[in-house]
Design a protein around this ligand. Structure first.
Ligand code: AMP
Ligand code: MN
Ligand code: MN
Ligand code: MN
Length: 288
């Protein structure tokens, strides 16, 4: 069965509604899907309704933003208790933090001669996404393209929004151990998202994985979207070394030529797959 454990809807920075996403996943042959919006569970009820109708297995998921080693990093949680107080509190704090961060990004861009970016990003979010949600960096990027400040999203991130640039405001994120702890308190399976996305040396990446394991994480996202073979191989080695499960997903945000639901490089056959644990409805071990 084809599983996709990483994708986004209009509840965060995706372009398809949860129902559209489920329909597309089914058309692509995905049998087990996890919706993993950034820092929100708001897309899950609609995704479940669509999945029930389509006969597709949907697992609750989330991609939490946190801080480690001076960088914004992402941790995936699955099959948790949606009502767990620790998770509810963490999500509420992230929601408020994202609003404050978006305003700060707007102020910083204004100081660089780009006024109106906060209002513009809010308008893009309102046009694409769910009411009341804070705009995220891709919404800023879209507004900046429309306003003619940059030629495309790539340039918006490269110049203004990407890692280490003025829009990469990290002070609203909790740290990695507390994020893993929040997910553990909700009974989640926990995977470290796309460890190759960060501009880390090999030894720093290894330290990240080691600290993730020490905090109580269970899995490594060994294959993410269009990630190349060499990175899958390198992450597979880390998963073996640390005795972690392997997870995989498209990280789909919307229909684009290089991105599709269910598409990612296959996991090496010897690695135990998180998708199998979710498929069998196993509970995570209490002690990692
Ligand atoms: P935020 O959730 O506000 O921190 O924004 C992060 C999101 O921006 C990521 O999840 C991606 O969807 C998107 N993103 C990050 N880097 C880039 C990039 N270089 N080009 C386009 N989109 C990006
Ligand atoms: Mn995203
Ligand atoms: Mn991510
Ligand atoms: Mn993602």
């Amino acid at each position: 069965m084809l599983a996709d454990l990483h994708c986004h809807s209009t509840a965060s920075d995706g372009l398809l509604t949860p129902a559209e996403l489920v329909a597309r996943a089914q058309a692509q042959g995905v049998g087990l899907l996890a919706l993993t919006d950034h820092d929100t569970l708001d897309g899950l009820p609609a995704a479940h309704a669509a999945a029930r109708e389509a006969g597709l297995r949907l697992v609750d998921g989330v991609e939490l933003s946190c801080l480690w080693g001076g960088a914004t990093i992402h941790v995936l949680g699955y099959a948790f208790d949606r009502e767990a107080p620790a998770l509810r509190e963490a999500l509420a704090a992230l929601h408020h933090g994202r609003w404050a961060r978006a305003e700060e990004i707007g102020q910083r861009l204004e100081a660089k001669g780009m006024p109106g970016c906060f209002a513009g990003a809010c308008a893009v979010q309102a046009e694409r996404g769910e009411a009341g949600h804070p705009p995220s960096r891709p919404h800023f990027a879209e507004y900046m393209v429309r306003a003619g400040h940059v030629k495309d999203h790539g340039q918006a991130f490269q110049r203004w929004l990407g890692a280490g640039k003025l829009g990469d405001i990290k002070q609203h994120w909790p740290d990695l151990p507390s994020t893993v702890q929040t997910l553990r308190a909700a009974g989640a399976w926990i995977s470290l998202a796309h460890p190759c996305h960060y501009d880390f040396t090999r030894s720093k990446r290894r330290r990240l994985v080691s600290e993730f394991v020490a905090a109580g994480g269970h899995a490594l996202e060994v294959s993410n979207g269009p990630q190349v073979d060499s990175q899958v191989g390198m992450l597979a080695i880390l998963a073996r070394e640390f005795g972690l499960l392997a997870s995989a997903g498209s990280d789909f945000h919307g229909p684009r030529p290089w991105s599709e639901l269910g598409q990612y490089r296959g996991l090496p056959a010897d690695l135990p797959a998180l998708a199998d644990c979710l498929q069998q409805s196993l509970r995570p071990p209490l002690h990692a």
